[in-house]
Ligand binder design. Structure first.
Ligand code: NAD
Length: 463
């Protein structure tokens, strides 16, 4: 095998220069890694929930160590361009979430007893076995960690495949897990689509995947052979609706900041802003002023708000979508230019979008405030629901019953009313329509990583 084929060669998106190559896991080695995880799962699965929480507490403590935070944060920023402040926040958040995750898992793992007509049924929630955790690059620590923690707390072993764009970050995360948990319990596969597909086809029981819809579909097809369980957290095209009476200052801030955070590369970024015609001029003026305050530049600089996009291909897609909307009559209010070296793209504000445009229908994943001008709430809801995505959504207007009723008409898994969507620990992280199958977080989310098993016995007539 040539060196190129045997290694991943990620690029630093700030410079476009190659980073240190990372060895791909040979396809022939994947079955062995899964078998090792399966062997380690035997005793891990027998530990009670307190034992698992204690073991993962050691991982959390290690992750909260400032030297580890810094090492991971620098790796995230070098590999995918996130501003260093946000990279540190991403790592710290995982350590902070651990306690809440443990509590959800404790409730999810508790035995249930039902009695009816002299029969008692005891329901146990058991681990599934080995979970493949396949991750994207945009939050390369937080996103896989949510699934890894869910799988481990519920008694499973995992085999983790980071994105080919962020293999170094994945390797460090794996190292911290491996040094705090039983040997073999957490496997690592480095590679791209071929290695991911081989892991899906291997002897795993669950595939916990975060990434694009197209890859999710391919995984679902392959998983059908073994009827493997799936948790698929997929792409979004989150709409944000702004109606008359909304706090326009707060709404504009949310729209502008959440459309361009992480250079727009967040699954729950504000991808579409549907603004009432009576508000649009003021909205655009405010959004322009806000965007002008954001510093685009070297993501290692503490003052930077927006770093480069993660890859040249990602930037090309965003530039293409904006150009195509413009050619179809959309109006560019702020033109985001590409900057070299690296894969920088300044924020764009574009309005007068129509429903048939790609910028309205297909995930952008770039720093674009994309505005549709509506004539009323019914039209806004119909437009918001008009794509095959259904991850997040938000609606902004006068607080109260009518706004709550409108929010309930939105076809999305996670909805914010006069705020961004909630990622509170007690709620599920869930997509509707093609944005996902299965889900994580919350008690019910934990149970996606478990198998119920019932034991019945006769306890006497009429009991
Ligand atoms: P992607 O689908 O291209 O890749 C994701 C992962 O799947 C990578 O590790 C990749 O190597 C692997 N992969 C590729 N082909 C595979 C195959 N055939 N079988 C198994 N694995 C395979 O996605 P991406 O570009 O890395 O990430 C961006 C996407 O992720 C966006 O659509 C974004 O919305 C989505 N995302 C969703 C959430 C969520 O919570 N719903 C969170 C973050 C990102």
């Amino acid at each position: 095998m040539s060196t190129a084929a045997a290694h991943l060669t990620p690029k630093n998106p700030t410079t476009g220069e190659p980073l240190a190559p990372v060895a791909r896991t040979p396809l022939a080695a994947i079955d062995g890694i899964v078998a090792q995880a399966r062997a380690a799962q035997q005793s891990w699965g027998r530990l009670d929930i307190d034992g698992r929480i204690a073991a993962l507490g050691r991982f959390g403590a290690r992750l909260a160590d400032e030297a580890v935070v810094e090492r991971l944060a620098r790796s995230i920023t070098a590999e995918m361009g996130k501003p260093i402040r946000e990279s540190r926040g991403e790592v710290r958040n995982v350590a902070r979430r651990l306690v809440a995750f443990g509590e959800r898992a404790r409730v999810a793992a508790a035995e249930e007893v039902a009695r009816e007509g002299g029969i008692e049924v005891r329901v146990r929630w058991r681990p599934l076995g080995v979970a493949a955790v396949i991750a994207p690059w945009n939050y390369p620590v937080a996103t896989p960690s949510n699934l890894i923690l869910s799988a481990l707390l519920t008694g499973n072993a995992i085999v983790f495949k980071p994105s080919e764009l962020t293999p170094g970050t994945g390797a460090i995360l794996h190292e911290v897990l491996a040094e705090t948990l039983p040997e073999g319990l957490v496997g690592l596969v480095q590679g791209a689509g071929a290695e991911g597909a081989a892991l899906v086809a291997s002897d795993v029981d669950l595939i916990a995947f975060t990434g694009s819809i197209a890859t999710g579909q391919s995984i679902m097809r392959s998983a059908a052979d073994g009827l493997k369980r799936l948790v698929l957290e997929l792409g979004g095209k989150d709409p944000m609706i702004i109606l008359p009476g909304a706090d326009l200052e707060a709404a504009t801030r949310h729209a502008a900041i959440e459309a361009v955070r992480n250079a727009g590369q967040a699954c729950v970024a504000v991808e579409r802003v549907i603004v009432h015609a009576s508000l649009v001029d003021e909205f655009l003026e405010r959004a322009k002023a806000l965007i002008a305050t954001l510093k685009v530049g070297d993501p290692m600089d503490e003052k930077t708000d927006i770093g480069p996009m993660a890859s040249r291909a990602q930037r090309e897609w965003v530039v293409h979508q904006v150009a195509s909307a413009r050619a179809q009559g959309a109006r560019v209010v702020v033109e985001g230019r590409s900057r070299e070296p690296g894969f920088f793209l300044e924020p764009t504000i574009i309005t007068d979008l129509r429903q048939e445009m790609s910028l309205v229908r297909e995930e952008t994943f770039g720093p674009v405030v994309a505005v549709e001008v509506c004539s009323g709430a019914d039209e806004a809801i119909a437009w918001a629901n008009g794509t095959h995505y259904g991850l997040g959504a938000s609606i902004w207007g006068p607080a109260g019953e009518p706004l709550d009723r409108l929010a309930e008409r939105l076809e999305a898994g996670m909805i914010g009313v006069n705020r961004g969507l909630s990622a509170a620990a007690g709620g599920p992280w869930v997509g509707w329509k093609r944005s996902g199958i299965g889900y994580s977080r919350s008690v019910a989310g934990m149970r996606n990583f478990m198998q119920p098993q019932s034991f019945s016995r006769t306890v006497g007539a009429g009991t």
